[in-house]
Design a protein around this ligand. Structure first.
Ligand SMILES: Cc1ncc(C[n+]2csc(CCOP(=O)(O)OP(=O)(O)O)c2C)c(N)n1
Length: 262
């Protein structure tokens, strides 16, 4: 078992720093999924693709690519600025690990299904990893792509849903019901496991188990907390869109420190 606490703390600290500097929103969304992306990058090979379908959490991907050396510190500090390669939502081909423009919800998952099918045709044994948000599974394209994945037996597809139960304007359950429900996805033909989305070791073993199973597309429902790590942001709808002022930025850093360095 690897102790991930320091990396969870460091990357969250970086996230707060770039969001504060940019005066940008979507902090809650990035804090929700950063542990999942850490796990994906711990498991995927260099040639395999990852698609951040919930593109509004681009900053979470940027700090991880900064950690792996793909995005240097100077570029990271340009997040959200005019002319940057690090726009609020990922720009196509800005980096090897950012192969598509994302952020219009419901598009990344269908793209991933197409890549999985192509990988099968080429028999290249590559997996494709895709991260969606639970609100995003409301999108109709999700269900067309899901059925495509099933009929083509895309067992090289690993879909992870960041299930934090909140979306931009309310609880997901109040908007369209639970479209990230384990039984729904199982019943249409996915191999599904539900785990704690902040437990990186558990996410790792789930991905590794899935990589040796054949026949069905795979789904990890990752139960998460929107704003995870900053007490006053956790499970609070307003931290979907709010930027931090300097007082709240200082408080957020203290809260992170208490939660990860105690
Ligand atoms: C097609 C489309 N419609 C609307 C939006 C605006 N938008 C950005 S994030 C979001 C909702 C976010 O909730 P959820 O999908 O659950 O993601 P979370 O941040 O909670 O992980 C919306 C509606 C969008 N990006 N794309």
């Amino acid at each position: 078992m690897i102790n991930y606490v320091q990396i969870q703390y460091q990357l969250r600290t970086k996230l707060l720093e770039i969001y504060f500097k940019a005066n940008a929103g979507h902090i809650g969304s990035s804090l929700s999924c950063i542990d999942i992306i850490i796990s994906i990058f711990a498991n995927k090979t260099a040639e395999e693709k990852f698609i951040l379908s919930k593109g509004h959490a681009a900053a979470a991907l940027y700090v991880i690519l900064n950690n792996t050396g793909e995005i240097n510190d100077d570029v990271l500090s340009t997040f959200y600025q005019n002319g940057t390669k690090l726009s609020a939502h990922p720009s196509a081909n800005s980096f090897f690990n950012i192969p598509f423009a994302l952020g219009s919800l419901g598009h990344g998952f269908p793209i991933a299904c197409g890549i999985a099918k192509a990988n099968k045709i080429h028999s290249n044994n590559k997996f494709i990893y895709v991260l969606m948000s639970d609100g995003e599974t409301n999108e109709g394209t999700t269900w067309e792509a899901a059925h495509f994945a099933i009929i083509h037996k895309l067992d090289n597809l690993i879909l992870i849903i960041d299930k934090n139960k909140l979306q931009g304007f309310g609880n997901t359950s109040d908007v369209l019901g639970d479209t990230a429900d384990l039984h729904k996805w199982k019943s249409i033909g996915f191999d599904v496991v539900e785990v704690d989305g902040h437990d990186i070791n558990l996410l790792n073993t789930t991905i590794q188990d899935f990589k040796i199973k054949t026949g069905k597309p795979k789904l990890i429902i990752a139960n998460t907390i929107k704003g995870k790590g900053v007490d006053f942001m956790e499970n609070k709808l307003e931290w979907h869109y709010l930027p931090m002022n300097s007082k709240l930025y200082e408080e957020a850093k203290i809260s992170l420190n208490n939660n990860y360095n105690a």
